[in-house]
Design a protein. Structure first.
Length: 145
């Protein structure tokens, strides 16, 4: 047996173990390389949500729509639309409050905000500098029709 034959036998015996080690450790090595890459090249900051200008425009539009629906003579016919608009106002107001750093309730409570909670949140947003209509009222006394 020559040295070349001995080398072939060693390669044949070591190859399955080397392949299995590569299969087992390759994901760890790839993860370590990507972590190293991410640390050296951090991602650029991305905005949390829509621009504050869009949130303010949406709030103004929804408040105007709510006022029109509340003043409608067919308020009993469009009660579900008023509820939907109030829920949308609550959702957009909470997003705007998060963007401005104003204290706000949890996003999951957007549809269940009462009139006083919604009015207080809109007042805090206006105090923080968000341009809203001068009169932010028109809600029913219990927050729903």
């Amino acid at each position: 047996m020559t040295l070349v034959d001995a080398g072939k036998i060693i390669i044949i015996l070591a190859a399955p173990g080397a392949v299995m080690a590569g299969v087992c450790y390759a994901p760890r090595w790839c993860a370590a390389l990507t972590d190293h890459w991410r640390q050296r090249h951090p991602p650029e900051p991305a905005p949390y949500g829509p621009p504050i200008e869009q949130l303010a425009a949406d709030l103004r539009r929804l408040l105007r729509l709510h006022g029109e629906l509340a003043a409608s003579a067919h308020s009993a016919m469009c009660a579900h639309r008023v509820w939907a608009v109030e829920a949308a106002i609550g959702a957009r107001a909470i997003e705007a409050a998060a963007a401005l750093g104003v204290p706000h309730p949890d996003q999951s409570r957007a549809a269940a905000l009462t009139r006083t909670e919604l009015s207080a949140l809109l007042t805090r947003l206006a105090a923080a500098g968000l341009v809203l209509p001068a009169r932010v009222g028109g809600f029913t006394t219990d927050g729903r029709l």
